[in-house]
Design a protein around this ligand. Structure first.
Ligand code: PMP
Length: 416
């Protein structure tokens, strides 16, 4: 079990106030807060061994190279990758997915081929596939949703056809919190001869993830949602797949030998990391992984299941009076710590602004999932998302402020 009080002390930002109220940070699905250990790793790098990595023969460069590659090993271990060969360091989930679209997909997709995805994807796992499908004459197909916003797998057999070359889906929806059965889906996709990409932006920070067990071909995730800095993310690629992929950024670092008219590529995964990489943030993400490991991912999950259950219960009264609709599966074992909700009485943006005045940070809008908003028939939702430092008291403050905002806006309407 997590000692949440002790955990909170590690996050300096949590002691600040907003408009004179203690900060209640419930926007973790957008980006998480950073513990002092991660901030210190950045300071240490810049204060004591800042230098460029790989090929430098001086002490600072070797130290930085060691720390950078040590982080890569930590990422591999954290996601259960058999080696670092397929651990490509990128800026974020978006870049990781685009890398696969630009390299693997362009080479492997042709006219008539299909990409299967879902109706609950972030734009980052939709738009790159729209682009590559258009370019290659392929098409997109979608797994629909149930009334509880889980995947409706009733017609999976007819959606996965011999033409399906890729199944690409999130492990946890950033809007609904739904956890998708990615292992079973990967098995089914492999049986149909398709490769599988898992968008782990919301899952890797919160759920123990093992790519060897999942057997996925690609996994993408972002450091900034898992206590690391912005600007660093990971693309994991299965060895047999990465060996067959061409780099798409060319220049320094990714080459082995260069002549006037040609070049040969560096070893994997450096072949995919052209130019000076994000050294400081990679090292600091290593510190974030250490921090998460020290908490234990099972404890992280246990805390989030408990707080999500608490939040769903706390919203129940507002749901029963039909003042609020809450999305996603009711069974907390089927979802993560993301609670999206909508009230007819108050536009999500107004709600977000009201809550902000109480020091409560939530996200409002389409959450980069415009097609999903259309399917939910709302312009936007309000979304509270939890992490290890959130407490039941914070959930109470959230629900009380939502209730108050609804009363206020209903009253305003009645008066006009
Ligand atoms: N996929 C999902 C499910 C996400 O939640 C996000 C971030 N909101 C992304 C992809 C994109 O992540 P990033 O902006 O770090 O590239």
């Amino acid at each position: 079990m997590l000692d949440v009080k002790a955990v909170r002390k590690d996050f300096p930002i949590l002691s600040r106030e907003v408009y004179g109220k203690p900060l209640v940070y419930l926007d973790n699905a957008a980006t998480s807060q950073k513990p002092a250990q991660v901030i210190q790793a950045l300071v240490d790098y810049y204060e004591s061994y800042n230098s460029n990595i790989h090929r430098g023969v001086h002490a600072l460069s070797m130290e930085a190279t060691d720390r950078y590659e040590e982080s890569r090993r930590k990422f591999a271990a954290f996601i259960g990758a058999p080696s670092t060969t397929g651990v490509v360091l990128v800026r974020n989930t978006t870049e990781a997915i685009n890398l696969v679209a630009q390299t693997w997909a362009r080479r492997n997709l042709g006219p008539g081929d299909e990409i299967l995805t879902t109706h609950m994807e972030h734009h980052s796992n939709l738009v790159p596939w729209q682009q590559v499908a258009q370019e290659r004459g392929a098409s997109l197909r979608f797994i629909p949703l149930t009334h509880e916003q889980a995947l409706d797998l009733t017609n999976l057999d007819s959606l996965l056809t011999p033409r399906t070359k890729l199944l690409t889906l999130n492990h946890m929806s950033n809007v609904l919190g739904t956890i998708n059965p990615v292992k079973e889906l990967t098995e089914a996709a492999h049986r149909a001869g398709a490769r599988v990409l898992i968008d782990g932006a919301q899952s890797v920070p919160h759920l123990k993830t093992d790519v060897t067990d999942l057997d996925c071909d690609f996994l993408a995730f972002s450091g900034h949602k898992m206590m690391g800095p912005t600007g660093i993310g990971v693309l994991y690629v299965k060895q047999e797949v990465i060996e067959d992929m061409d780099p798409f950024l060319h220049g320094g670092e990714m080459v082995l030998q260069v002549w006037d008219d040609r070049a040969t590529w560096n070893d994997l995964p450096m072949r995919f990391e052209a130019g000076t990489p994000n050294i400081a943030d990679t090292i600091a993400l290593g510190a974030a992984v250490d921090y998460l490991e020290s908490l234990g991912m099972d404890n992280v999950r246990e805390h989030e299941v408990a707080i999500t259950e608490y939040a769903l219960n706390a919203f129940r009264e507002l749901e029963e009076s039909e003042e609020v609709r809450v999305y996603g599966p009711r069974d907390v074992t089927q979802r993560g710590g993301i609670v999206s909700f909508y009230s007819e009485a108050v536009h999500p943006h107004d709600l977000g602004t009201m809550l902000d005045r109480e020091g409560i940070a939530i996200r409002t809008g389409h959450h980069c999932a415009m097609p999903l908003m259309g399917r939910l028939a709302v312009p936007a939702t309000a979304r509270a998302s939890f992490y290890v430092y959130n407490t039941e008291e914070e959930v109470d403050l959230l629900v009380a402020a939502v209730r108050e905002s609804i009363r206020y806006f209903s009253g305003t309407r009645a008066r006009t």
